[in-house]
Ligand binder design. Sequence first.
Ligand code: NDP
Ligand code: MG
Length: 395
Amino acid sequence: MRRITVLGATGSIGQNTLDLISRRPDEFEVEALTGAANIDLLAQDAMRMRAKLAVTANDQLYSALKECLSGTGIEVAAGAAAVAEAAARPADWSINAVVGAAGLLPSLEVLRRGGTLALANKETMVAAGPLVMASVKASGATILPVDSEHSAIFQALRGEDAREVERVILTASGGAFRDWPLERLCTATVEQASSHPNWAMGQRITIDSASMFNKALEIIEARELFNLEPRSVEVLIHPESLIHALVGFRDGALMAHLGAPDMRHAIGFALNHPARAELPVERLDLARIGQLNFRAPEVERYPALALARRVMEARGLSGAAFNAAKEVALDAFLARSLRFTDMASVVTETLDRLGGDPAFPRLSSHDATPILEDVLEADRIARLRAGDAVARIGE
Ligand code: NDP
Ligand code: MG
């Protein structure tokens, strides 16, 4: 029996993970499940999966969750610290499917105990890549990427010498607005941005796909996970979303990873690693598909990509600031206080101003690994400044 913990169990990735685990009840037992607002689903899954512990990140919901689980013998806890404690409890395999920077501390707890971390929460790598990799080195922990592009790269690199990699190409569908006239983008609504051409995902990442902030996070994530030079990480628009990523080697060979757009591929690969096992995903019929299309991303349509380049060059605490400002801008768009195209303006303005902001923490040198306190402070200050930018730009 392998003991599994699912952080963010009530979300899109979390539910796909429980689907895979529940198909093989003799192999897995659940240590802990965590969620946030959706305590009904959390309680239901905790009972169904016979979890030992159920945690909601929202401490206001402790009593409600406790009531749902009374008489079951399942332990209940609430609050951000309790999510981190759930991550710290021994388990053979833990997946972090929390959305946003709230995923960072739970990731670090899994790594600190030398655990195996299936990582969907890309914000962990964007906010604190160097710190995360230092923790992996110190504890001997393992990270198995779950973001589909990063899982694809990881698979293409199996058995290869990483020093022979010349470039990595992340594909992107182009999101909901890839074919809209540019001048129409500023009118895009939350509902329009919340529908993805190929993938069924949580609302935040779906909107981030339309703006390409998702791909921006992913190129930083790839740079940090695979220790790549920023210039060797490329983005390619591929409307069909069947090739998830390509790895180019120094002899010019390109290895592509293809699969149906179903996250159970990447989750299942991480769950079965280092073996492969049967997965309930569609098999591609390439003859029926007929053709695959590619094009370069347009600079004006996707300003988030240029911002990511800037962050990759600066490194240090800029990833934490970038992600925090993006989260604030997305919250404001969801609250209808910013237009779609204003999200990039808010992030740009926040990064510009933080450069000369005395409250923003500084690293002693360009390649110093940030400490956690500085990452959290960078996140906090960036959120404040991004809030100011929202107030200015969103009028
Ligand atoms: P969802 O929004 O569907 O789920 C997010 C999960 O995190 C839910 O369980 C939610 O609980 C929980 N949560 C929300 N806020 C907090 C918080 N403050 N502290 C702790 N837990 C919290 O997101 P997705 O499943 O779409 O994405 C999860 C992560 O995986 C993201 O980082 C995303 O970028 C990444 N990812 C997702 C993909 C996808 O296909 N969905 C693909 C590749 C990467 P509740 O719902 O109960 O409030
Ligand atoms: Mg992805």
